[in-house]
Ligand binder design. Structure first.
Ligand code: 4AD
Length: 480
């Protein structure tokens, strides 16, 4: 295979390619990712011929030498390349794609452990620095780079965000795996409106079709909960983690039309504490994992994007999350001297301003609010029939800077109570299969959903949800 590569390349007309081949035939190069090269300072890679590929993050020509920084997305750090001035080339510009071969050496500079002494530099993809929207040495703000969703992954800050997002995703899956949850792939296309809020995107083929494609109206899912509940009739712990869609006509900093939700459902539970324990444990375990495994990436946010936020995150992890009832929350709001834009009387939904106030009031740590008015919650929430005020066994987790991060509840497992509720709401036909779950081996159960983008906002301190998802979708915007 190696010979095949050389042969193919030897026919290439491009002079830099033939130079590369001559060199390649002479010495054998190990291809390394930048993160591997950087962490080679004490290993056997030093003094070895290597090849790296990536994009130029800086270019510094000097009289005798040229200094480059090459980054391939494997780490925030770039690899410094030192080459003789004869290897300089006008196409070596900020943003261009290169392949560099040379010898990996210990760096004389304290700021980097190693550098690559280049003997071949190939420009694989040119980048015109005048047209390229990001400029060398400039720290562009999140709002600026948001204008270029197809290019912003080339910036340090957004590539850090994407690595953190990837690591947090793995950490959440690990949490559930370690705690014996079974992952369920719930459908994206569904015929039900789980939340009953009418915020649905309808799904139909783009070409003309007689009637509905699926014979019934279908939608992009607003939540995998009902499908998880079906599975919770056979598995005591299930979860799903996937895209979720809401046709909310909102331009807010915490709403998207497409976002990722982590949802869990647990059978044989009659207590909200069983749910809050999973929410809190998952939050802690994912956050500790991200802080330990993405040290430089998180640090970039906490130093340059949201200075001071690290203390908030450490504060969140130090204490147990307090639990208050909705009625206590209303008392706190009504006793405060704060001027709220929205009413906070018993029976009113808590708005973001209320949620943020409650978090501050509780010491700027995540806080659970339980037992909301029954009428504020969807049809599936369990009726707290023994409470003096008509409440549902529902719980939200409110977090610093964001407000609501998780929403969950015990589910109404009693057939007669659920049937009456569905009739009251005119939903009995739509959800007849859901009643079957209560007819055949129904058990007390409950679950919750966590908004993954809001979670990232919370741990990184990012103000706008559009800055923590690769390609944000919101009303009047679906770029790419
Ligand atoms: O509170 P929600 O609507 O709960 C449910 O959908 C339940 N069926 C979940 C369950 O019990 N399995 O949504 C859960 C979380 C919210 O707390 C919020 O963090 C996030 O999903 N979320 C959004 N995130 C971004 N953009 C939106 N438009 C969001 N709507 C909800």
């Amino acid at each position: 295979m190696f010979q095949g590569v050389v042969k193919r390349l030897c026919f290439a007309p491009n002079s830099s390619v033939s130079l590369y081949v001559r060199h390649f035939c002479k010495k054998s190069h190990r291809k390394l990712r930048i993160s591997e090269a950087i962490s080679s300072s004490s290993s056997s890679q030093l003094g070895v011929n290597i090849t790296v590929q990536g994009w130029l993050r800086s270019v510094r020509p000097q009289k005798a030498n040229i200094f480059l920084h090459v980054n391939d997305g494997s780490s925030l750090q770039s690899l410094q390349v030192v080459a003789g001035a004869e290897l300089n080339n006008p196409l070596l510009t900020f943003g261009s794609a290169v392949e560099v071969s040379g010898v990996l050496k210990k760096s004389p500079h304290k700021t980097q452990p190693v550098e690559l002494e280049a003997d071949v530099i190939r420009v694989l993809g040119e980048c015109n620095p005048v047209d390229f929207p990001f400029k060398i040495k400039k720290r562009h703000g999140l709002e600026y780079i948001r204008q270029f969703p197809h290019l912003r992954c080339r910036t340090n800050v957004f590539s850090s965000l994407l690595r953190i997002r990837s690591e947090a995703t793995s950490a959440i899956h690990s949490y559930f795996k370690d705690n014996d949850f079974v992952q369920i792939h719930t459908p994206i296309i569904t015929s039900n409106d789980c939340e009953g809020a009418g915020e649905l995107f309808q799904v139909e083929p783009s070409s003309a079709h007689d009637g509905h494609f699926f014979s019934v109206p279908t939608f992009l899912t607003v939540s995998g909960q009902l499908h998880l509940e079906a599975m919770a009739g056979a598995f005591s712990k299930v979860y799903t983690f996937g895209p979720t869609f809401r046709a909310e006509n909102s331009q807010s900093r915490r709403h998207l039309a497409e976002f990722y939700m982590v949802e869990a459902e647990i059978s044989f539970t009659q207590s909200i504490e069983d749910l809050t324990k999973v929410m809190e444990d998952m939050f802690r375990s994912a956050t500790e994992h991200v802080l330990a495994h993405c040290v430089e990436d998180v640090d970039l946010f906490h130093r340059h994007v949201t200075p001071g936020h690290r203390e908030t995150v450490d504060g969140m992890l130090k204490k147990c999350f307090p639990v208050i009832t909705y009625s206590e929350a209303v008392d706190i709001l009504n006793r405060s001297s704060e001027q709220f834009a929205f009413p906070s009387d018993w029976g009113c939904d808590l708005k973001t301003e209320h949620e943020k106030y409650l978090v501050k009031h509780c010491g700027n740590v995540p806080v659970f609010v339980t037992d909301y008015p029954y009428d504020l919650k969807p049809f599936y929430a369990r009726d707290n029939q023994d409470h003096p005020q008509h409440t549902a066994a529902a719980v939200d987790l409110l977090v610093p800077g964001v407000g609501e991060l998780c929403g969950g509840s015990l589910r109404e497992e009693r057939l007669s109570v659920l049937r009456a509720r569905l009739e009251e709401l005119g939903l009995e036909d739509v959800n007849s299969w859901y009643l079957d779950l209560r007819r055949f081996g129904s058990v007390p159960h409950g679950g919750f959903g966590l908004g993954f983008e809001r979670y990232l906002q919370c741990i990184l301190g990012v103000d706008n949800i559009k800055d923590v998802i690769p390609f944000p979708r919101f009303s009047h915007s679906c770029v790419l």
